[in-house]
Design a protein around this ligand. Structure first.
Ligand code: ADP
Ligand code: MG
Length: 404
């Protein structure tokens, strides 16, 4: 991550924003239920430090974000940031002026009319297709709403979009405090981690995490596999998988990972027992060593839990990326809950414990361990790309010099 040494942060005294408009890219892409109610406001809370700092520095604060995946051809009420602005105002304990769009002369004039310390929220940047398709061009339009640009949207840094990379080309820029917090947590895992370093990779698909699995084998001492992706690995190892989720086109990849682990003397651990059922809705779940034909595995079993917890108990650094089972349902939640408890125990004895991946973060929240880990990343995809060792375009844009 040496290339990010040139990133300036928003609290740099030379970043003189008093009385100026600061356009801030936040990640307010919060999960919502079918009624449009926010189900987790973690991402809004995590943005408060930067916003409050700018208010304290007497800047005019102009916030922008995306929410969901609108089609990009105009306003779609269910993707409006209005509800988010209301929640932000509650958390911030100050007014948030909600705008009806994110670009144009009217929005620009409203940004100029702001008083120092006042906060304005622009409407969803993805209501414009140019945000994703013509980032530089759209970034130029967005830049009219600010004198400075701050990016604090860690969860969007893997995207070369107008509000992330485009706008940085037109305004003097700095990174926000959340981005610093994320990089400080991931930094030690990428360069010179405390050892033993144990990673637990789970979740839905091998194919989502190819790069992460491969990159992890270059860094960790132990790699534990759980979740649906375990069954592709088990099938490769000629173990019975019943009708568990298997990605047949990834068997070769899994084989290569076994070879790589053996060559680099890394312990690659797979489940020994499983919680199986006919399907996800089948309530007669049971524990087996061998997955019977016609059954699928939806969680790791108790022997596997004991084995994994033991390996975590001596770790000095632990990374969780992906739940170990279908934790959303109680009968398949034991594996993920036990691993979260092991993470909390590791943290208590001083290990560095980082959680990446959106559903893993939701699991840690659900089981009540938010305060018992070192860091929970707000960026699902962004954290995985960082772990892969990829350069995130949003960070590259921040590391670039200010425009002349
Ligand atoms: P993350 O967002 O943490 O990276 P993923 O998105 O890769 O995680 O995967 C999360 C999903 O994987 C969860 O919704 C969970 O129900 C599902 N899952 C975990 N284990 C299994 C399994 N054995 N079979 C089917 N789905 C699983
Ligand atoms: Mg996910």
């Amino acid at each position: 991550m040496g290339s990010f040494d040139t990133i300036r942060y928003v609290d740099d005294p030379k970043f003189a924003v008093e009385g100026k408009r600061v356009l801030v890219r936040v990640d307010f892409n919060v999960p919502m239920d079918n009624n449009g109610m926010i189900t987790s406001d973690v991402r809004i809370r995590e943005a408060l430090s930067t916003i409050k700092l700018l208010q304290k520095r007497k800047a005019k604060v102009v916030l922008m974000s995306h929410l969901g995946r609108p089609t990009g051809v105009g306003q779609e009420p269910r993707f409006s940031l209005k509800t988010v602005a209301v929640r932000l105002a509650e958390l911030l304990k100050s007014d948030v002026q909600m705008m009806s769009d994110c670009v144009g002369d009217y929005i620009k004039s409203r940004s100029i009319d702001l008083k120092s310390g006042e906060v304005m929220m622009l409407e969803n940047v993805r209501f414009h297709v140019r945000e994703t398709k013509h980032p530089d061009d759209f970034g130029k339009d967005l830049a009219r709403n600010g004198d400075f640009f701050v990016n604090d949207a860690f969860g969007s840094c893997h995207r070369a979009h107008g509000s992330v990379t485009g706008v940085a080309k037109y305004l003097p820029h700095a990174a926000g405090l959340l981005i610093r917090k994320e990089l400080e947590a991931f930094g030690p895992l990428l360069n010179n981690p405390p050892r033993p370093y144990v990673a637990i990779l789970g979740g839905a698909k091998v194919s989502d995490k190819l790069g992460v699995i491969d990159a992890m084998l270059d860094r960790v001492n132990t790699l534990m596999i759980g979740g649906a992706m375990a069954y592709t690995f088990l099938k490769t190892a000629d173990r019975p998988v019943g009708k568990s989720l298997v990605e047949d086109d990834q068997l070769k990849f899994a084989h290569n990972m076994f070879v790589k682990a053996a060559e680099e003397h890394i312990s690659l651990m797979l489940p020994d027992d499983h919680v199986v059922a006919a399907n996800m809705d089948d309530e007669s779940a049971k524990v087996v060593d061998k997955i019977p034909d016609g059954m699928a595995a939806f969680d790791i079993g108790p022997k596997t839990i004991t084995k994994y917890v033991k390996a975590i108990s001596t770790a000095k650094a632990v990374m969780l990326a992906g739940p170990l089972g279908v934790f959303e349902r109680e009968r398949f939640a034991n594996g993920t809950r036990a691993i979260c408890q092991a993470l909390a125990d590791a943290h208590k004895r001083g290990a560095l414990v980082v959680v990446g991946g959106g559903d893993s973060a939701a699991a840690v929240e659900k089981f009540g361990f938010v305060k018992n880990v070192t860091h929970i990343s707000t960026g699902g995809g962004a954290s995985l790309e960082l772990l892969e060792g990829k350069e995130l375009p949003g960070l590259v844009a921040l590391a670039a010099p200010d425009p002349k």
